[in-house]
Design a protein around this ligand. Structure first.
Ligand SMILES: C[S@@+](CC[C@H](N)C(=O)[O-])C[C@H]1O[C@@H](n2cnc3c(N)ncnc32)[C@H](O)[C@@H]1O
Length: 398
């Protein structure tokens, strides 16, 4: 179950999102919350401050966040200015909660600063009548793990260092990410060498804007991680891969998703084919969106030379350009293409990435969320290896 503060305490239109995937999470928030957002700013990659319309909510759909916090006061330079507002907030609570403090900043938060905030919060909480209040300290760094917040029934005070002071709030919502770990690990075919996590697949689907009853295409479907998440959301799936074995793997995973996770309302069709050839899609129905990762570089344990990096990455540029050319024709007008590309940091420090060419010619323009202009590519900040990164582009078919 996700963590959710009692509704009566979450009636606030000023929120902070703490992101798990940096800019990509920001893009998910902007696209998914759409009309509900009045304003959003991203003081640094892992955080956004948002003002929502009165018909709040909708953030339960986001999977790229660690947590959502609601504001409890005006921005302030010191905790002592806040005591009355915090006391008001605490009045609404039973007395069986634990407490914690999470401190975030564009630079690594300071442990001493965290400790002095935790001491000040604890004193206020005790003064407000929570005499046995327990302040849970982080195991390391300056935030308590979200898992612990959920399991130990913690009221988590969130401090964000902004504009020379603090934005202060309380964690109101934490998504259930355990479900993604289970799906990633328990499906019949787990191909860690080529697959993305189920959570990232769902995040990309959210960015594609595809809805229940619509249809999605993954022309490089591998073991079907993206398609499985789509099926679960009631989205019809078309999968293509040039490798017959991979198509069989996708089929086994989709059958499992449909049977075990009861994703029965949507259908899927799979085909062995080369995504760079337009004839592969000749008899295909139109789709509402494409979400795909054509190349997933192998894990590299040392920085490659510039030459090797160029060979590994730039050689794939043609695959990207040709497949975008061949698939765009079956994407409905206004439909989005979400595509993941690899980038490598060479030993010289230079980043080498795929070049996507002639996009305007095929009718693909960068997708822009309503609230704010976005500069592509979105970098995924949380990556396992230092040298390989994922960059994500989102286009709209005009
Ligand atoms: C990185 S994997 C996709 C993984 C997938 N997202 C998942 O999570 O399982 C890329 C897939 O593209 C397929 N592929 C490579 N070139 C292709 C082409 N020209 N046409 C179709 N499929 C291709 C490979 O066989 C591989 O299964």
């Amino acid at each position: 179950m996700p963590y959710l503060l009692p509704r009566s305490l979450t009636e606030n239109r000023n929120l902070a999102f703490i992101f798990a995937f940096g800019d990509l999470s920001y893009l998910e928030a902007c696209t998914t919350l759409g009309e509900r957002l009045l304003k959003i700013e991203q003081p640094w990659s892992e955080v956004a401050l948002a003002e929502m319309k009165k018909d709040k909510g909708g953030y339960e759909k986001l999977v790229g966040i660690h947590k959502v916090a609601i504001s409890i006061t005006q921005e302030t330079k010191s905790w002592s200015n806040l005591v009355t507002e915090v006391e008001d907030f605490l009045r609404e609570l039973d007395d069986d909660f634990n407490f914690s403090v999470s401190l975030y900043g564009s630079e690594l938060a300071d442990e001493q600063e965290h400790e002095s905030l935790a001491t000040a919060v604890l004193a206020t909480v005790r003064k407000a009548g929570f005499r046995k209040a327990n302040m849970v300290r982080p195991r390391n760094g300056s935030e308590v793990l979200t898992k612990e917040i959920v399991s130990r029934k913690i009221i988590d005070f969130v401090f964000l260092r902004v504009r020379g002071g603090y934005w202060v709030g309380v964690t109101a919502y934490i998504p259930d990410t355990e479900q993604f770990r289970l799906r990633s690990n328990e499906r019949p075919v787990v191909s860690a060498d080529i697959s993305m996590s189920s959570r990232l697949a769902k995040l990309l689907l959210n960015i594609s804007g595809v809805e229940k009853g619509q249809t999605i295409l993954d022309p490089f479907c591998g073991s079907g991680t993206i398609l499985s998440e789509a099926l679960l959301a009631g989205v019809n799936c078309i999968g293509v891969d040039r490798d017959r074995k991979r198509i069989e793997n996708t089929k086994r995973n989709l059958e499992w998703t449909s049977r075990t996770l009861s994703a029965k309302s949507a259908s899927y069709s799979l085909k062995v084919g080369d995504a760079t050839r337009p004839e592969t899609f000749e008899d295909s129905a139109k789709v509402d969106a494409v979400v795909t990762e054509p190349i997933f570089l192998p894990r590299i344990t040392f920085a490659p030379s510039l030459e090797r990096a160029q060979k590994l990455v730039r050689n794939s540029s043609r695959l990207y350009s040709e497949s975008l050319y061949s698939i765009t024709g079956i994407v409905k007008q206004g439909g989005r293409v979400v595509i993941v590309t690899p980038a490598l940091t060479a030993s010289s420090g230079k980043e080498v990435s795929v070049v996507l060419e002639n996009l305007e010619e095929v009718g693909l323009v960068p997708f822009q969320p309503r609230v704010k202009h976005f500069d592509y590519p979105a970098k995924i900040s949380h990556e396992k290896t230092r040298w390989v990164r994922r960059l994500v582009y989102v286009f709209e078919h005009r």
